[in-house]
Design a binder for this molecule. Structure first.
Ligand code: CTP
Length: 397
C-alpha cells in the first residue's frame, strides 16, 4: 500500500536522527518515494549523504540555495507530499510549527503543505513534560497534526522516562493508517486470532499450529482503515496491535465468552482463530504422573463459537475461515451454509505457502451465492486488505 506513495520525511536535530535512516530504508523497501528534508542541526548528527543514498533522492537542506530551490523547491515538495512525517521531531521544531514560524526548508514545507503531517517527537523527558511543549502539542493536535510516540524508556541523555522516538514499525504503521482509505470508519469489527489451549493438567494442554498472523493482520488492516477493532486472541508470540482493544484468552471456552460479550456491539465478526473442537473431559488438578501402562485421554466437544454467532447474526456480517487438507470447496461450502456466514476464507493448508506458521496464504473466498474468488499467493497482510475489500462490497449490497 506504500508503493509509489510520495512521502516527505523531515529530520530534525536530535540524537534519534540516526533512527530516521532506518525509517527511510523501511519506507523505500515498501516501495515508497521518499524525499528527505533536514534541518541545520540534524546535519550535526547525520549527513545528508546517508539519506540521499538510502532514499535515492536529493536531500533538501537549504531554503535559499539556488540549486536546491530549482531542483527540489519547498513548494514543489509541499505539493508533492502525500504525507509529511517529521521524525525525530525536537521540542524546537514543535514549538516553531505551533508558532507559525517558517524560517528554514522544513518549517516552510510544513507551512505550505496541504498533506497530513505526522510528528514523531524525541527529546529529553523534562523537555517533553515542559508545559510549553505540551501546550504546543495540544495546539497542533487541535489543528489536525498527528503524533506518534514518544515512548518511555532509557533516554540518550541518561534519564529514564518518556521521550524515546516511537519504534520504527510503530511509525510505519501510523503512516500506513494515515494513507489508507477510511472506508471502515463506521464499523466495529470483532476479530479472533490464534490457537486455543485446552488444559490437560497444570503443565500440559492441547493446541494447534496457528500462529495468529492472519487474525492480527486483519486487526491491523481494519484499524488502519478506520474501524474500531476488538481482537480476541489465543496465545501467540505477536505483540498486540496498536489502537486495538485487545482481549487475551487461552481456552475455547474463554474465547467463546469474550466473543459473545462483544458480539452485540460488533457490525462485523471475523473468526480467524483456530478453535479447538475438543477439550479434555477432566483437567487434572495436579501434574499427571506417567505409569507403565497406556493411558486414554477422554475429550468432550467445545461449543462452535462461529455457529453460535451465526444464530444471532442480525444485520452483522460474519466471516469464517476453513483450513482444510482435502475437499476444500465442498467442506468450505458446507461450513458457510451450516454456520450462516456471509463469506468463508478457505485454504488448503497442504499447499506450499499456505496455512499455519507462514507469512503467506493462498485462499479462495466463497459466498452464499456460490461465487468462488480464487486469490493468488500473497502475504497475510495483503490478504487482510483483500478480505476487507470484499466485505466492503458486501456492505454495499
Ligand atoms: N470455529 C469456531 N468454534 C469452534 C471451531 C471452529 O468458531 N469450536 C470457527 C473457526 O474460527 C473458523 C471456522 O469455525 O472460522 C471453521 O473452523 P474449522 O475448525 O475449520 O471447522 P470446523 O467447523 O471445526 O470443522 P472441522 O474441524 O470438522 O473441519
Amino acid at each position: 500500500m506504500l508503493k509509489d506513495r510520495k512521502i516527505v520525511l523531515g529530520v530534525t536535530g536530535g540524537i534519534a536522527a540516526y533512527k530516521a535512516a532506518e525509517l527511510v530504508r523501511e519506507l523505500v523497501r515498501a516501495g515508497a518515494e521518499v524525499h528527505v528534508v533536514m534541518t541545520k542541526s540534524a546535519q550535526a548528527f547525520i549527513t545528508p549523504l546517508t539519506f540521499q543514498t538510502l532514499s535515492g533522492n536529493p536531500v533538501a537542506t537549504e531554503l535559499f540555495s539556488l540549486i536546491e530551490e530549482s531542483e527540489i523547491g519547498h513548494i514543489s515538495l509541499a505539493d508533492r507530499a502525500e504525507i509529511l512525517v517529521i521524525a525525530p521531531a525536537t521540542a524546537n521544531i514543535i514549538g516553531k510549527i505551533a508558532s507559525g514560524i517558517a524560517d528554514d526548508m522544513l518549517t516552510t514545507i510544513v507551512m505550505a503543505t496541504k498533506a497530513p503531517v505526522l510528528i514523531a517527537p524525541a527529546m529529553n523527558v523534562h523537555m517533553w513534560e515542559n508545559p510549553i511543549c505540551q501546550e504546543n502539542i495540544e495546539k497542533l493536535r487541535a489543528r489536525g497534526y498527528q503524533f506518534v510516540g514518544p515512548e518511555s524508556g532509557e533516554l540518550a541523555c541518561g534519564y529514564e522516562g518518556k521521550g524515546r522516538l516511537a519504534e520504527i514499525p510503530t511509525i510505519m504503521e501510523e503512516i500506513r493508517a494515515i494513507l489508507s482509505p477510511q472506508d471502515f470508519a463506521q464499523e466495529k469489527i470483532l476479530i479472533t486470532a490464534g490457537p486455543t489451549e485446552e488444559p490437560i493438567d497444570p503443565v500440559r494442554f492441547i493446541t494447534n499450529r496457528s500462529s495468529g498472523k492472519m487474525g492480527f493482520a486483519l486487526a491491523h488492516a481494519a484499524r488502519r482503515r478506520g474501524a474500531e477493532v476488538t481482537l480476541v486472541s489465543g496465545p501467540t508470540a505477536l505483540p498486540a496491535p496498536p489502537k486495538v482493544s485487545y482481549i487475551s484468552v487461552r481456552s475455547a471456552a474463554e474465547m467463546r465468552e469474550a466473543v459473545l460479550n462483544n458480539l452485540n456491539s460488533a457490525s462485523i465478526l471475523l473468526m480467524a482463530a483456530a478453535v479447538s473442537d475438543y477439550r479434555p473431559k477432566k483437567t487434572a488438578p495436579e501434574k499427571m504422573k506417567k505409569s507403565k501402562s497406556e493411558t486414554l485421554l477422554e475429550l468432550e466437544r467445545n461449543a462452535d463459537i462461529l455457529a453460535e454467532a451465526g444464530q444471532h447474526k442480525g444485520q452483522r456480517i460474519i466471516v469464517g475461515f476453513a483450513a482444510e487438507t482435502e475437499n476444500l470447496l465442498q467442506n468450505a461450502r458446507q461450513k458457510l451454509k451450516e454456520k450462516n456466514l456471509d463469506l468463508i476464507v478457505a485454504n488448503d493448508i497442504t499447499l506450499p505457502g499456505a496455512g499455519f506458521e507462514v507469512d503467506t496464504n493462498i485462499v479462495k473466498l466463497l459466498d452464499p451465492s456460490g461465487k468462488v474468488e480464487e486469490l493468488p499467493l500473497m502475504t497475510k497482510e495483503e490478504l487482510a486488505d483483500r478480505i476487507l475489500d470484499r466485505i466492503g462490497q458486501l456492505r454495499k449490497l
